[in-house]
Design a protein around this ligand. Structure first.
Ligand SMILES: [Zn+2]
Ligand SMILES: [Zn+2]
Length: 403
């Protein structure tokens, strides 16, 4: 009896392990989803109250906007730094900013990393681009076999621009990236900067029916921008950090979903961060947009949905910010926190929260990733004396061919 039980356990366990070894995502209409998870079509706007990642199929004419991070450069577990993910019914995906901590949230969402190859940076503060290196490498390990493209503004001088930022990032991570050469697809290890003139209003991306326009923002120094995405008659506007400005008022006018920062009061920032009043006023009201100003701007812009972010959603803070917004704006409003999700079609906007599994696994790499060209594994990266320090006989021999 014991023998039969042991055999059964062995068979079941080896089945589980074999399954895990060969886990591959399923491809549903061009988007990879975790194996066995079949996204359902949503009919008549009957969305489940909670959004569970990879359980819902985007309609052909639908846009899904997920607030990945909505917080600050100083860390809070409740709100990681700025990042919004826009997914379209045509299978495209776009990241607007990728602040510190954002890639943890992307992992929880069990995203298709092969799609996350475009980041549009509003400016070069860590709370807007601090996780670019993390996505560059983690996305590469998790299924991206093409370069990561980073679109970002110029600065006052070339060394303050996005190209210099990415060039230095590439140099800074040379140890990391070159150590993986040969094991991972070559192209996935590339990061490409697309720098544009921050002072111009211009279309900087136009592919597959998606147009993305940049326009100037006013935030401390030259080199901050905001974006507008247009696709299939739907529009999404993403405000990078800025005081209210004329370019935003013009470009966001009447858009479907308009995301803009909406900052703490000086008194809140003094209480939370311990800043003296002068510094707190500068941060909250002279380089950022206070709640009353956010409300006035949205009253001018009149979006189908206004989205406020860039504060911590602790109840005592959020309620006061909300009340101040309502003094100057009475239209549709979402006080966004991390993992607020908006489904947008021409006749409906659904606002919900994402719930994800905190023990989520990557969905596994695709066949395309497996077979993408690789160079020969790097050799000569280690000194002979170091290599000779290995203890022999420690590592089990391979059980499959590694030729
Ligand atoms: Zn910021
Ligand atoms: Zn900033």
């Amino acid at each position: 009896m014991k023998g039969i039980l042991a055999t059964l356990i062995t068979v079941v366990l080896s089945g589980v392990l074999c399954g895990a070894t060969f886990a591959k995502p399923d491809n549903v209409e061009g988007v990879n989803v975790p194996q066995g998870r079949i996204p359902q079509e949503i009919k008549d706007n009957k969305y489940p109250r909670t959004y569970y990642p990879n359980t819902e199929r985007l309609a052909k004419d639908e846009m899904r906007i997920t607030a990945i991070g909505t917080g600050m450069p100083n860390q809070s577990p409740s709100n990681v730094a700025a990042s919004f993910l826009v997914e379209l019914g045509n299978g495209d995906a776009f990241l607007f900013d990728l602040g510190t901590g954002a890639t943890d949230r992307l992992a929880g969402l069990e995203v298709d990393y092969s799609k996350l190859d475009k980041v549009f940076a509003s400016h070069l503060h860590t709370d807007h681009v601090g996780d670019v290196a993390s996505l560059w490498v983690s996305g590469w390990l998790n299924g991206r076999y093409t370069p990561l493209h980073v679109y970002g503004p110029s600065g006052a001088t070339p060394e303050l621009g996005s190209k210099a930022h990415i060039d230095h990032l590439r140099d800074a991570w040379a140890w990391d990236v070159t150590s993986r050469a040969g094991t991972l697809p070559n192209k996935g290890g590339e990061i490409v900067a697309h720098e544009f003139d921050f002072s111009k209003t211009a279309v900087i991306y136009d592919k597959n029916g998606v147009k993305i326009k940049t326009f100037p923002a006013i935030h401390i120094r030259d080199g901050s921008v905001s974006y507008r995405l247009d696709w299939n008659g739907l529009s999404f506007v993403f405000g990078g950090d800025s005081v209210p400005n004329k370019w935003f008022a013009k470009e966001a006018k009447g858009a479907d979903v308009v995301v803009h920062e909406c900052f703490f009061t000086p008194e809140q920032w003094m209480t939370i961060a311990g800043f003296p009043y002068k510094e707190a006023y500068w941060v909250t009201s002279q380089i950022h947009t206070p709640a009353e100003a956010f409300g006035k701007l949205m009253s001018m812009v009149e979006p189908r949905m206004a989205v406020a972010y860039h504060y911590w959603n602790h109840r005592d803070i959020e309620l006061e910010i909300f009340e101040r917004v309502r003094k100057t704006y009475d239209g549709p409003l979402t006080m966004s926190d991390d993992l607020t999700v908006l489904n947008v079609t021409k006749d409906h906007i659904e606002v919900r929260e994402v719930t994800f599994n905190h023990e989520s696994w990557p969905m596994g790499t695709s066949k395309e990733w497996d077979t993408a060209p690789r160079s020969e594994p790097a050799t000569g990266l280690m000194s002979d004396w170091l290599n000779k320090g290995k203890l022999e006989g420690m590592v089990p021999a391979p059980t499959q061919s590694i030729e």
